[in-house]
Design a protein around this ligand. Structure first.
Ligand code: FDA
Length: 405
């Protein structure tokens, strides 16, 4: 005999636990299943162990999706202030770090415990670790869905797929949501790694390898920034040189917008027009080029960039033609490079794409073609910027489904 539930939530991560708690506290009989042995690993490792659990300024403009309007309803009905109220109710200390990003004072474990406690308040049933095999429409009296699991059969009137995206397979990410979407005939937006370090061909990157470890604030842009259908973006954040390419918040942000084969443009001195300053200051800048640049950039970076661009470190600015200084200015204020790829799902914080939002109700997250089947969280084609937005989407979409079930 299959166990009977009103709701089966698959995936006990951020979105799944929120959804299960909300539905169960509304009186639904909810079972929450996860194949992992350890609960909510992504929350645990998030924000360097302190979980950047929301962003005070979160709004639809901070999300990428083929339908940018889709996230509006859920985000407006469950706001950062709503999650903050929950945090305060559980007496979790928090602080704002940067641009509205809120972190736990102590540990991400506190968020996991809070969500677990919220599930307990509603008497959520747990199956974990538990593998879910087939999901089929249940015929007969009960209706709903039949789930084959390695803990036995489950019959649920509704199924919520909260199994996330493909990022970090090492801690349990799978394509389960996408497989279920396809099985029930729902369209997908092709998934790809996002919020991920970018890499370069070994040969092209060789001059920059010695710069690994250098970090500085830059302006980074990609794609068309203006006009109808502009898909580009620009961010002012820190960049980090690595052995294989570029990382740091600036690169993670731009990686979500970057299209393979296209360049990114980095302004390494975003607050100054280098060519103009060098040309106008020629009379007074009697020093060698390496020393002049070293006033504004880390010395190792200044040297590396000069060498990579074919300039002699000991050239005297005063002796250099204006055209050459303009070329140097361009190389530093508008460094244009084409990444060969990214570090992939192994390092990506999130997955772009997923279940096509045109298949889902923006109020409830239910698949309009398959009554009773819901998709929430990262499994859906809604991807936040870096900075607490992805968790806010997990809470908001989880609460939207949890309220509608
Ligand atoms: P999530 O991935 O959290 O949960 C999915 C669950 O489904 C997992 O427990 C998994 O085991 C389970 N599952 C998968 N396949 C299954 C299957 N076949 N059967 C059963 N269960 C299955 N965001 C943010 O806003 N602030 C931050 O600080 C960070 N930091 C961060 C750091 C790192 C290193 C990463 C990788 C990611 C972040 N993120 C983040 C992103 C954030 O973690 C992510 O967007 C949310 O966890 C997504 O929540 P979901 O519940 O949708 O998926």
């Amino acid at each position: 005999m299959a166990m009977q539930f009103d709701v089966a939530v698959i995936g006990a991560g951020a979105a799944g636990m929120m959804c299960a708690a909300v539905a169960a506290q509304r009186g639904k009989r909810v079972v929450l299943l996860d194949h992992a042995a350890k609960l909510a690993e992504k929350i645990r490792i998030s924000g360097g162990g302190r979980c950047n659990f929301t962003n005070l300024h979160a709004g639809p403009q901070h999300f990428l999706s083929q339908n940018p309007h889709f996230c509006k309803s859920a985000l407006s009905r469950y706001t950062p202030q709503d999650f903050l109220a929950l945090i305060k109710r559980h007496r979790i200390g928090y602080h704002e770090k940067h641009k509205g990003q809120l972190f736990c004072d102590e540990s991400a474990e506190q968020i996991i415990r809070m969500l677990k406690d919220e599930c307990a308040l509603g008497d959520v049933h747990w199956r974990m670790p538990c593998k879910v095999g087939n999901i089929t429409r249940a015929d007969g009296r009960e209706g709903g869905f039949l789930l084959q699991t390695d803990g036995g059969e489950i019959n649920a009137a509704s199924v919520v797929v909260a199994s996330g995206g493909l990022s970090i397979p090492k801690i349990g990410a799978t394509d389960f949501a996408y497989r279920i979407a396809k099985q029930f005939g729902l369209n997908m937006v092709e998934p790809r790694p996002a919020l991920v370090p970018l890499t370069f061909d070994a040969g092209a990157w060789a001059p920059f390898v010695p710069l690994a470890g250098i970090a500085l604030e830059v302006d980074v842009a990609t794609g068309a920034l203006k006009g109808r259908g502009a898909t580009g973006a620009r961010f002012r954040e820190d960049l980090l040189f690595t052995h294989r390419g570029l990382s740091g918040p600036a690169i993670l942000q731009i990686s979500s917008f970057w299209l393979p084969g296209t360049p990114i443009t980095i302004n390494l001195l975003p607050d100054m027009d280098l060519a103009q300053i060098l040309i106008e200051g020629k009379g007074s800048l009697k020093k060698q080029l390496g020393n002049v640049l070293g006033q504004w950039l880390p010395a190792r970076l200044a040297e590396g960039l000069l060498v990579a661009n074919g300039f002699a470190l000991d050239a005297r600015v005063a002796d250099m033609p204006d055209a050459q200084l303009r070329t140097l200015g361009q190389a530093i204020n508008q460094w244009q490079i084409i990444p060969s790829g990214s570090e992939g799902y192994r390092k990506a914080e999130v997955t772009r794409g997923g279940v096509d939002t045109r298949e889902l109700s923006q109020q409830t997250m239910m698949a309009t073609k398959v009554p009773g089947l819901y998709f929430i969280g990262e499994a859906v084609d809604v991807t936040g910027w870096l900075g607490g937005y992805n968790f806010q989407w997990a809470w908001a979409s989880g609460a939207a489904a949890g309220t509608a079930l």
